[in-house]
Design a protein around this ligand. Structure first.
Ligand SMILES: Nc1ncnc2c1ncn2[C@@H]1O[C@H](COP(=O)(O)OP(=O)(O)OP(=O)(O)O)[C@@H](O)[C@H]1O
Length: 336
């Protein structure tokens, strides 16, 4: 086993709405990420993926609040740091985040090099403008991006190029963990491939040490990530290798989610999350017992009360009342 770059233990974070209600968007999440590994996060819309990403960055600005748990990046518990320490020592350097639609948030009046200068002014004030230019153009070249991009305005770049530029900027300080939230959505297939290639090359060249990839595009998760976690209603319901999760899911929710791509690889193209009847529970008041029970065709009375513990099987973890033999029997019957 490699060294853990990121360790998350029983993390609980919530939104406090204007009506003073709490939305428990991340509710007891634990996982580790090893050096050199890529972790995919999947789940339907609203299950807490983006909130988990924000929470890992320590972005606790109202309405988002930290409740409990720990987040350790490269051995430092970031929840024990003050806001200023977090900003100057951790964000961008140790852990970096590319939010959804980040490429559309670039200030259109600034040339790309200005964004990099801003980062360097904060983190490497000893560098002159010329040195920043030199460093940025070398980095862009190594990543197969034309250094000419540095002199361009965001709206002069295509969507795919803009996204690759955002990724190159976000990783300029060589963070140990890079979190990319839906980095390929709204891109055509060729641009998606270029973005994936870029992220792989960041890892191969050692500019980042690990990657968290949040996406709805299941085939991408299979091709890009080593492991996948599936979130449901603020919790991780299963974690395993990409191969296990896609071709041999255990948790009934993972099974439904992955249902659309348990077909030969050729047919995987274009498949997105399968529609699952019903809707996830309201995160203001989560039900007792298994949160998926209301939508699970296999649910029994015991699923609707008490605590559901994690189970371990074949090196993976899943949160369900039933053992693998029972689950696999059900799934075999479903296929007949
Ligand atoms: N600013 C906010 N205030 C209150 N509740 C919020 C806020 N942002 C998100 N939520 C709620 O938190 C829960 C988790 O949302 P989140 O955006 O993390 O899910 P997600 O899995 O990333 O979804 P998507 O794939 O659509 O981005 C949802 O119930 C959502 O409605």
């Amino acid at each position: 086993m490699g060294k853990n770059i990121l360790e998350v233990k029983e993390l609980k974070t919530y939104y406090r709405t204007r009506l003073q209600e709490n939305v428990y968007a991340v509710d007891g999440v634990s996982f580790n990420l090893e050096e050199g590994k890529t972790l995919g996060i999947a789940g339907e819309s609203g299950c807490g993926k983006s909130t988990l990403a924000l929470s890992l960055m320590g972005f606790y600005f109202p309405p988002l609040h930290f409740k409990s748990g720990s987040i350790s990046v490269g051995g430092t518990d970031i929840m024990k740091l003050g806001k200023e320490q977090l900003r100057s020592q951790i964000l961008g350097r140790e852990i970096a985040y590319i939010p959804q639609a980040a490429m559309n948030a670039l200030n259109p009046t600034l040339k790309i090099i200005r964004f990099i200068e801003d980062i360097m002014r904060e983190h490497r004030p000893e560098l002159s403008k010329q040195q920043v230019w030199q460093m940025a153009s070398e980095r862009f070249e190594t990543l197969n991006l034309s250094p000419k991009v540095l002199n361009s305005y965001p709206n002069e770049l295509s969507g795919g190029m803009k996204q690759r530029t955002v990724i190159a900027i976000s990783s300029i300080l060589n963070p140990k963990v890079l979190i990319a939230d839906e980095p390929t959505s709204a891109l055509d297939v060729t641009s998606q491939k270029a973005v994936i290639k870029l992220m792989k090359s960041l890892l191969q060249k050692g500019f980042i040490k690990s990657l968290i990839f949040i996406t709805h595009e299941l085939p991408l998760l299979y091709h890009v990530t080593d492991d996948i976690v599936v979130m449901y209603a603020g919790e991780i319901v299963e974690r395993g290798t990409a191969q296990q999760m896609i071709f041999d899911p255990l948790h009934p929710y993972t099974k439904k989610l992955m249902g659309s791509i348990i077909v030969p690889e050729e047919g995987m193209k274009g498949h997105k999350l399968a529609a699952i009847p019903g809707a996830p529970p309201n995160l203001k008041k989560v039900p007792d017992g298994c949160r998926f029970a209301e939508r699970c065709v296999h649910a029994k009375d015991e699923c609707r009360s008490g605590k559901v513990d994690n189970r371990q099987a074949d090196g993976r973890i899943y949160r369900c009342h039933f053992d693998t033999v029972t689950l696999k029997e059900w799934y075999e019957h479903e296929q007949q």
